[in-house]
Design a protein around this ligand. Structure first.
Ligand code: PEP
Ligand code: MN
Length: 337
């Protein structure tokens, strides 16, 4: 439920309403917008005596929230959220370009890629140190050694860094070296991992589960925010459908749907969505046109020899070309990078 205050409601009235809610053993979530102030109520609202609230000074209306996710709900927080990561951000006015290898393979490889994507205009370096692979015999990642290379790349280039975590111990390691944690598609509903990521203090990039609905996805985000970490970014990376021409099917409608249901920033990963290098650029442009706040794109110095996801990785020249084109697409919707 949210309590919408009358325009220009004085601080004393807002505090009075919050006091009533807290006295009933519930938590408040304050959202002070340009026009109105909204007070979100989190917890078992059957404990709340509504008549006291209805007559409180400067209360405009009480609106029930039917969705099970509250803190990630746009009704709780009407203005779009901007998430700060290192010295950059993901949110209104900016197109956050994240690029890098699927897996970190060596220090030389990562630094080479970091410098190249930075030159092209990326503000984030992505790279997997813990790889959740379908086969247990595939390359599983360099783990903490890979994280150390991420730190080095961050120091040398100034790029913000994002790395997938798959367990409590990987979170403990990652917080020492990177700027943002990634929860992968396979772990979107690993609720314990979501809670631990919520407690990490770092912003979290939450990928959509392979077969997850938008409702399930926003509830997953809720697990992180409920731990006190509001810095969550959603990443659409394609879903399982009957189509086999692409690795997954990019659900581009997820972008405007999420924007209407949630205040959280949304980015798109056309690399995992398609699995095919040739489709990455058109899908990236389409994501920007749909209103995505950023893109995550796999780039490799030698895709033919990549230890993971070579067929969908762009070469340096291809990424460079795409970034140039994206500048124009971003400008059309008042964004830059
Ligand atoms: C990745 O980003 O490297 C990755 C494994 O993505 P996803 O979880 O979307 O499959
Ligand atoms: Mn990959």
């Amino acid at each position: 439920m949210i309590i919408v205050m009358k325009p220009k409601a004085p601080k004393a009235s807002i505090e009075h309403v919050m006091e009533i809610i807290r006295e009933n053993g519930l938590e408040t979530h304050l959202s002070e917008g340009k026009q109105v102030t909204i007070i979100g109520v989190v917890g078992d609202k059957t404990r709340l005596n509504l008549s006291n609230l209805e007559i409180a000074p400067d209360v405009d209306k009480i609106v029930p929230i039917t969705e099970s996710y509250k803190l990630s709900n746009r009704k709780f927080h009407p203005d779009p959220t901007s998430v700060q990561v290192g010295n950059t951000f993901i949110g209104p006015g900016h197109l956050a370009l994240m690029a890098g290898p699927c897996a970190i393979e060596s220090e030389e490889q990562l630094l080479l890629i970091a410098k190249s994507v930075k030159k092209a205009g990326a503000s984030f370096l992505r790279g997997g140190a813990y790889k959740p692979r379908t086969s247990p015999y595939s390359f599983q990642g360099l783990e903490e050694e890979g994280l150390r290379y991420m730190k080095k790349a961050q120091e040398e280039t100034g790029l913000a860094t994002v790395c997938e975590v798959i367990s409590e111990s990987s979170i403990e390691a990652a917080v020492k070296y990177v700027d943002m944690l990634q929860i992968g598609a396979r772990n979107m509903q690993n609720f314990q991992l979501l809670r631990e990521a919520g407690q990490s203090g770092l912003p979290v990039l939450l990928k959509r589960g392979l077969s997850s609905t938008i409702d399930e996805w926003l509830n997953a985000a809720e697990y992180i925010i409920a731990e006190g970490n509001r810095n969550v970014v959603l990443c659409e990376r394609g879903i399982r459908t009957y189509e086999t021409a692409t690795r997954n099917t990019l659900d581009i409608s997820a972008v405007p749907v999420l924007k209407s249901k949630s205040h959280l920033p949304v980015i798109v990963d056309p690399s995992h969505a398609s699995g095919v290098r040739a489709y990455v650029a058109p899908l990236a442009k389409c994501a920007v046109a749909a209103g995505a706040d950023g893109l995550m794109i796999e780039v490799h110095n030698n895709p033919a020899c990549a230890l993971s996801d070579g067929p969908q990785s762009l070469t340096f020249a291809q990424f460079d070309e795409l970034a140039k084109e994206l500048k124009a697409y971003a400008a059309l919707s008042g964004r830059s990078f």
